[in-house]
Design a binder for this molecule. Structure first.
Ligand SMILES: Cc1cc2nc3c(=O)[nH]c(=O)nc-3n(C[C@H](O)[C@H](O)[C@H](O)COP(=O)(O)O)c2cc1C
Length: 190
């Protein structure tokens, strides 16, 4: 039996904000099932935008030639079974920090085999509005599903909640319990 390895990509500038809290609760559940977690706080990292050089699709070597902190994430992803994206909703989509990181997954997409097709993707997000449609959360779900379909990667689940001030999500015990159970499922050994 091998322990699952989970990479968490936290896309809020608020290090202890609502999406990070939700992601940590997922991580707690996953750890309880024996998983190992590597978390990345994207806002503190030097992640440059994809510059469309296409080198990733021309060489068989490392995923991307841009020498920035994304290399640390690529290394963690190499080892991972599960990739959990955790983001606030900003302007009706995932945050810019999250988008920068996701764009750089392009480096895997043209490779054969496409390594991300073997990873399970999961998403947690938080919005300030009360509704998943008017908040723009629906756009995050749609784009996430499109990304997974394009990569051929299985979806491990999507969890979201509504909260505005940092830490407000802590008042939602039901949601936090759901996050813990979600983590347990993601972290269950193969
Ligand atoms: C720049 C900015 C843009 C935002 N845009 C939206 C939005 O489009 N829809 C929404 O429902 N909430 C929006 N919010 C509210 C955040 O989604 C909400 O505060 C959420 O709890 C932030 O999660 P975090 O604590 O993980 O950063 C926005 C907040 C900021 C700062």
């Amino acid at each position: 039996m091998t322990h699952k390895k989970i990479v968490i990509l936290k896309g809020s500038p608020r290090e202890k904000g609502n999406s990070a809290i939700l992601a940590e609760r997922v991580a707690d559940g996953a750890r309880s099932a024996g998983a190992e977690i590597s978390s990345f706080y994207l806002h503190s990292m030097d992640i440059r935008p994809c510059d469309a050089c296409e080198a990733c699709h021309e060489n068989g070597g490392k995923p991307c030639i841009i020498e920035d902190d994304m290399q640390k994430i690529y290394s963690a992803i190499d080892q991972a079974d599960v990739i959990l994206i955790a983001s606030p909703i900003y302007w009706f989509w995932l945050s810019a920090q999250t988008k920068l990181c996701i764009d750089r997954f392009y480096a895997y997409a043209g490779k054969k085999p496409n390594m991300l097709a073997q990873k399970i993707f999961a998403l947690v997000f938080v919005f300030g509005d009360s509704d998943v449609y008017t908040s723009g959360g629906i756009n995050a779900i749609r784009s996430f599903e499109d990304m997974c379909r394009y990569l051929g990667a299985p979806i491990g689940g999507i969890l979201y909640g509504s909260a505005d001030e940092a830490g407000d999500i802590l008042k939602q015990e039901d949601l936090l319990n759901k996050a813990y159970q979600f983590g347990k499922k993601l972290g269950a050994s193969h």
